[in-house]
Design a protein around this ligand. Structure first.
Ligand code: SF4
Length: 190
């Protein structure tokens, strides 16, 4: 992963290339100006993995959080958390972005939005979200059938192909959100 290379302006342009699991977190951050712990961890590590530096990450989270709290409160209650995520304080663990297996294995309780939508969302919610991204009805049916077969990664790969008008290849499936992002960005420049 390329740490420290993605500027905030680029992020604001490229978030539409996020996989659905991260798009949902990012959209909710923009809408509610806050995310719960597991969502923050999932999205925060993904952003670190696609190259957002700690300085830019703090700027991003602060710009949303201070819409519902003071800057002093953000500094007091949240800055340490994000520094911890980047491994510069506390035990200084260099957390790696979660892969799909890890994201799909998490428990997602009522009112929580982290996890993999191809596994954790109900069919109705997932179909509505796919339609919002202009996925056709036939493709939605195909993706829901893959979900029913518990083939979540293949469903995600098909979503990528639909949204970015590309072919990933018969034998290739997305198994990491950061890989999804890279492939979506590549598809956009072809
Ligand atoms: Fe995210 Fe992986 Fe699920 Fe795709 S399959 S939405 S990348 S967790």
């Amino acid at each position: 992963f390329n740490f420290g290379k993605l500027e905030l302006e680029q992020l604001r342009e490229k978030w539409k290339n996020f996989p659905l699991c991260m798009k949902i977190q990012y959209e909710n951050l923009q809408k509610n100006h806050h995310l719960k712990h597991f969502s923050r961890f999932q999205l925060g590590l993904f952003l670190k993995g696609i190259g957002l530096s700690l300085t830019n990450a703090l700027e991003l989270w602060k710009s949303e959080f201070i819409k519902i709290m003071s800057e002093e409160q953000f500094i007091k209650e949240h800055v340490y958390y994000f520094k911890h995520l980047y491994g510069v304080v506390g035990a200084k663990i260099n957390y790696r972005p979660y892969n799909c297996e890890k994201i799909q294995s998490q428990g997602v309780g009522h009112g929580q939005i982290h996890g993999c939508p191809f596994k954790h969302s109900d069919n109705h919610m997932l179909a509505a979200r796919l339609a919002k991204d202009s996925v056709s009805n036939d493709e939605i049916e195909f993706i829901l059938a893959l979900k029913k077969e518990k083939d979540y990664n293949k469903a995600c790969t098909r979503y990528l192909e639909c949204v970015h008008s590309c072919q990933i290849g018969e034998d290739t499936v997305i198994n990491h959100p950061n890989d999804y992002f890279e492939k979506a960005c590549q598809a956009d420049v072809v």
